[in-house]
Design a protein around this ligand. Structure first.
Ligand code: PHE
Length: 508
């Protein structure tokens, strides 16, 4: 067996985990949700959800994988053989997410390459908001199958970059995150300076920070905040298992998880400042929506062309914005591929690099569905099912497995193993993993089902039902059946001499 790759230092691990956590969700989902839910009110509830659920679950995933030195599938097998399918579900769901996240990444590259076009659009809202549609030729409906050449090229660049970053696992990831974590922060600060010096910026910042007490009464505030915490911290996606499995024995998981979560939140708030100051400065506050893709590709371009009367300046600002999104997205995109390939390589004792190549190739081909003219519609459906249904169910199962069928004290000892200044207390850890997280996630699931079936008659987004069944329900079924399908493969392989690992928690 090859020796398992390890992070070159604690700092690099923290950077890689922050890089994964900080992604497109911070830049365009967080500000939009804050606007929807009374600004400061959302920040408070988000902080609560992070402390009550996000951080303990992050600690749990990292420390379990560090103990077993295995990716998601084998780590869940270590918790109990019957829980292995949960590891498979997390891995398969991550695989599906990779297929479309890479496309959003490609679109960001596409907009970056075309940001010079903003120079000739000063004050022209219609042209600015139409640019994305003109370039991608997307119809927004399940219609059309052609693929524009330039988008194909961007998708290839996207996959090339992703593969380049993870080609050698922890060691190549360690090199790129030194750049990809700091670059977006610098670019955001530059944009925040421009935004905050515009007249009207204060109006925007008020929306972000001043709490609106009446927002507390809307239950969807809680649903959105909890969902955002999970999505943003990259938990339940097989990623933190993979990253934790590359940790050395001396890692201080308790403190590291806290640093990761707060850095992630800080960058979300910084993006919020950029978003709201520029929207305020260009008189567009009424156009802030909670839908991510629309904000980045349709609404924000309008703010870009209204920033100043100087075309080239606006174009440069636009280029900075999309470059910032590229650097934000890349380390999230490759982390999720790494999560999938580490889990599979560990399970089948394969060479990590071979699996990485295979995962990139297969998901690269599948991702082409999302750059067709119907791509945006497919993406919307798949995104909804993977995040609003699969991720939540996986979260509940993981909490039940680890909180109720395994010894949580053992996990906590692992979390606190090298803790010096900050030790996670048992009452907090147990309350979160045994009760708060599974109960709240179940509530979230029920809520989403009530919205889907009760309010919308079982239909999401008005797409044809066959499309929702294929890209939504069938994909979800495959995600949860993948562990059982894998069992069949394993039993066939066993006949050829493959021996399954016994993953055991050794007390030293
Ligand atoms: N944490 C990421 C974000 O906020 C979410 C993510 C990570 C999604 C990795 C996909 C893959 O954007």
């Amino acid at each position: 067996m090859e020796k398992r790759g390890q992070w070159s230092s604690r700092f690099i691990f923290i950077l890689a985990a922050i890089g994964s956590a900080v992604g497109l969700g911070n830049a365009w989902r967080f500000p939009g949700l804050a606007a929807k839910h009374g600004g400061g009110t959302f920040l408070v509830v988000y902080l609560f959800a992070m402390l009550a659920m996000g951080i303990p679950l992050l600690m749990m995933e990292i420390s379990i994988a560090r103990k077993f030195r295995k990716g998601a599938i084998e780590s869940m097998r270590g918790i109990g053989k019957r829980w292995e399918p949960v590891g498979w579900a997390a891995t398969s769901n991550a695989f599906v997410i990779v297929c479309y996240y890479s496309v959003v990444f490609a679109w960001v590259i596409l907009m970056f390459i075309n940001s010079w076009q903003f120079a000739g659009m000063t004050g022209n809202n219609e042209a600015a908001s139409g640019l994305f549609f003109e370039l991608t030729q997307t119809t927004g409906a399940i219609e059309g199958s052609s693929i524009p050449g330039i988008v194909m090229l961007c998708l290839m660049i996207a996959w090339g970059l992703i593969f380049f970053c993870i080609r050698n696992g922890a060691s190549s990831v360690g090199k790129v995150v030194k750049f990809t974590v700091f670059a977006p922060v610098v670019l955001l600060v530059i944009m925040a300076v421009k935004g905050c010096t515009m007249p009207g910026a204060m109006e925007g910042l008020k929306i972000l920070f001043v709490p609106d007490a009446s927002a507390f009464s809307d239950p969807s505030l809680w649903v959105d905040a909890i969902g955002q915490v999970f999505y943003s911290l990259s938990i339940m996606m097989a990623i933190m298992f993979a990253y934790g499995s590359y940790l050395g024995d001396d890692a201080d998981v308790a403190l590291d998880a806290v640093i990761i979560a707060f850095s992630d939140m800080a960058i979300s708030v910084l993006s919020g400042i950029v978003m709201f100051s520029t929207m305020g400065g260009t008189n567009m506050l009424d156009k802030v929506t909670d839908s991510g893709i629309a904000t980045a590709f349709i609404v924000y371009p309008q703010a870009i062309v209204n920033l100043t009367d100087i075309g080239w300046f606006n174009a440069v600002f636009g280029a900075i914005f999309y470059l910032m999104l590229i650097t934000l997205a890349i380390d999230s995109a490759f982390s999720i591929v790494e999560g999938v390939s580490a889990a599979i390589a560990d399970k089948f004792h394969l060479k990590p690099k071979t699996v990485t190549i295979a995962v990139c190739a297969i998901s690269g081909v599948i991702s082409m569905v999302f750059i067709t003219q119907a791509g945006l519609a497919w993406l919307d459906i798949v995104d909804n099912w993977t995040n609003q249904i699969n991720l939540i169910v996986i979260g509940v199962l993981e909490c039940i497995a680890i909180g109720w069928t395994f010894n949580l004290r053992k996990v906590l000892n692992e979390v606190n193993k090298n803790a010096k200044r900050f030790k996670a207390p048992y009452w907090w850890f147990a309350a979160s993993i045994k009760f708060i997280a599974p109960v709240m996630l179940t509530g979230l699931f029920v809520w989403n089902m009530v919205v889907l079936f009760g309010q919308n008659g079982g239909s999401y987004g008005g797409y044809p039902i066959w499309a929702q069944v294929t890209a939504g329900w069938v994909v979800s079924a495959l995600v949860f059946l993948s562990g059982f399908i894998a069992k069949i493969i394993v039993s066939k392989k066993k006949k050829k001499g493959y021996v399954e690992d016994e993953v055991v928690w050794e007390e030293k």
